[in-house]
Design a protein. Structure first.
Length: 267
């Protein structure tokens, strides 16, 4: 990595540390994080470590990869949110770093990319998804920013995404799918644009095939994680019922408490 990129990455980490420490309830400045969602995520993660089977023994509607991540974090600190706080700093730093690289494609002076990181950190950290810290949307920000950076290079500089970039975007798309699949709509737009450019404008089907292959390889690699887990636990039916069926047809439905009891018993 070039020295100027190392300096930007260091600055991104410093900026991330300051804003996450002040704005996230997972930091040491707060006695506790009273947000219900993150406590649910962490409880499910710890339950997996205790041998519970996801969706069968413990119910939560988000994707399995989220709870696998929280289970991994729980191995570091099982009784506090310290590990989540560290993860927030790391992911937010890379979000700012690739945000600065996007800025520099339009304004070459380094000074503006540093100022841009501060402004981006401020605007993002005071937004609604950051009101508590540790949200799903926050976790995926750096993935989306990296993908935006790759596609801005493609649009502005006509630098075609290479094999590594296609693979990484495939990994990030799979992460979105197995954490909160509605977030995949972001990647659908990017894929449609790639198809338009390679099929209609460039008619470069060889590069398109390469891009699709490495994208699917990255997507498939991450997808193996839940497949292996649910195959081992014989819980594919529970995965389909809770993560797909219930989220699509029951989660947003306004059903009275008594009317919802049969769904819980049957499923």
């Amino acid at each position: 990595m070039e020295k100027k990129n190392l300096n930007k990455l260091l600055f991104a980490f410093i900026t991330s540390f300051i804003f996450i420490t002040i704005c996230s309830k997972n930091s040491f400045l707060y006695p506790m994080n009273d947000w219900g969602d993150i406590n649910c995520f962490f409880t499910v993660g710890r339950s997996l470590l205790d041998g519970k089977v996801l969706y069968r023994d413990i119910y939560e509607q988000k994707g399995p990869l989220l709870y696998f991540i929280y289970a991994l974090l729980a191995t570091i600190s099982k009784t506090s949110f310290f590990s989540i706080y560290i993860l927030e700093i790391i992911t937010f730093a890379f979000f700012l770093f690739y945000g600065s690289k996007c800025i520099q494609m339009y304004i070459e002076a380094d000074m503006y990319s540093y100022f841009g990181m501060i402004i981006l950190a401020f605007i993002t950290a005071i937004s609604q998804p950051f009101v508590h810290g540790g949200s799903v949307e926050e976790m995926m920000l750096f993935m989306q920013m990296y993908s935006i950076y790759v596609f801005l290079k493609f649009i502005k500089k006509e630098e075609q995404p290479n094999k590594r970039e296609c693979f990484i975007i495939g990994v990030f798309c799979a992460c979105a799918f197995w954490i909160k699949y509605l977030a995949c709509s972001f990647y659908v737009g990017l894929v449609l644009y790639i198809l338009y450019v390679y099929c209609y404008k460039k008619k470069d089907y060889k590069t398109l095939l390469m891009s699709i292959t490495y994208f699917l390889f990255g997507f498939g690699l991450i997808t193996l994680i839940p497949i292996v887990y649910f195959a081992y636990t014989h819980a594919f039916v529970d995965l389909f019922t809770v993560y797909f069926y219930n989220n699509l047809f029951l989660y947003s439905s306004k059903i009275a408490l008594l009317a919802s009891i049969p769904y819980v018993i049957i499923k």
